[in-house]
Design a protein around this ligand. Structure first.
Ligand code: C2E
Ligand code: MG
Ligand code: MG
Ligand code: MG
Length: 284
């Protein structure tokens, strides 16, 4: 009986495994097609300054609604794009599209804001990463202060000297840098002080615990205080409730991003949102 049971279990595992790898293969194939056929889209999620109440920028977030697979989350397809190398052309497309869009909004009379673009490790490590960014800004005629690049601790610490060099080059052109998902990665506080960054984004998983978990709340308070000592602004990610916002404000957090203020939106929805928030200048 034990033998039989064991065999069944083995069969169960292999079929579960092949189901996963089928999905993985299908995603990879469909992603290639979707990218080539220009089916990827970008949504924009605003972030808010807690004190001036102004929208300071928006994060560009890739969206994929596949005709066959339906909507696929970036949490699922970005890692596949990274493994296959597709992230390099996709990431370049996101940068170009987001910068062009930001310039278009400025030309239409919306108050100038930063667009924040997520950069993956493979992309950041490309030799021509910095010149590519320069070229894109020039092509879009977007002033570099309106571009913010979001990198994670993992990218920064993979080769810290190279990362610092690249970040310094970017900062020479006035491009600002955010350290994304802070608290989920290596969290080497020791290295944080040597990174030339402008914003630190506290990961949503900490913000979720801010009300219920006393330790999480104290960690957030210390991160904010340390960031201010080092001269970084702090953005809280994934703020969903007013009570979270209140405690973050009391902790002197600088900016928030999250469903409480707004969800990521298509470019048309985002324009409507900006108008509702009085961000269209020239009294249109
Ligand atoms: P991220 O950079 O940390 O982006 C924030 C994520 O949190 C987004 O998920 C956003 O929709 C979600 N979010 C924002 N506010 C809330 C909230 O209040 N509650 C909850 N539950 N979620 C909230 P999304 O769009 O699914 O993206 C997931 C991740 O995929 C991003 O995390 C980012 O790491 C990656 N990603 C998305 N677009 C790109 C891209 O163009 N390039 C690269 N390299 N990565 C991307
Ligand atoms: Mg991000
Ligand atoms: Mg990110
Ligand atoms: Mg994040």
């Amino acid at each position: 009986f034990a033998k039989e049971f064991g065999r069944n279990q083995f069969r169960f595992y292999t079929s579960a495994f092949s189901e996963i790898s089928n999905r993985r293969m299908q995603l990879e194939q469909r992603l290639r097609i979707a990218f080539e056929q220009n089916q990827l889209e970008i949504f924009y999620q605003p972030k808010l300054d807690l004190y001036t109440k102004q929208i300071t920028g928006m994060e560009a977030l890739a969206r994929w609604n596949d005709p066959v697979l339906g909507s696929v989350s970036p949490a699922e397809f970005i890692p596949i794009a990274e493994e296959t190398g597709l992230i390099v052309p996709i990431g370049k497309w996101v940068l170009e599209t987001a910068c062009r869009q930001n310039k278009e909004w400025q030309q239409k009379g919306y108050s100038p804001m930063q667009v924040c673009v997520n950069i993956s490790g493979k992309q950041f490590l490309q030799n021509d990463f910095v010149p590519m960014i320069e070229r894109i800004l020039e092509e879009c005629q977007l002033s570099s202060e309106y571009l913010n690049l979001e990198i994670t601790e993992g990218i920064a610490l993979y080769n810290i000297d190279e990362a610092i060099d690249k970040l310094k080059m970017l900062k020479k052109f006035w491009i600002s840098i955010s350290l994304d998902d802070f608290g989920t990665g290596y969290s080497s506080l020791r290295y944080i002080k040597s990174l030339p960054i402008d914003f630190l984004k506290i990961d949503r998983s900490f913000i979720q615990g801010i009300l219920a978990n006393h330790i999480d709340a104290e960690i957030i308070r210390s991160i904010i205080s340390l960031s201010h000592t080092l001269g970084f602004k702090v953005v809280a990610e994934g703020v969903e409730e007013e009570n979270q916002l209140k405690i973050l404000k009391e902790m002197s957090c600088d900016e928030i991003q999250g469903y409480y203020f707004a969800k990521p939106m298509s470019k048309h929805e985002f324009e409507k949102f900006l108008i509702e928030h009085g961000e269209l200048l020239n009294n249109h």
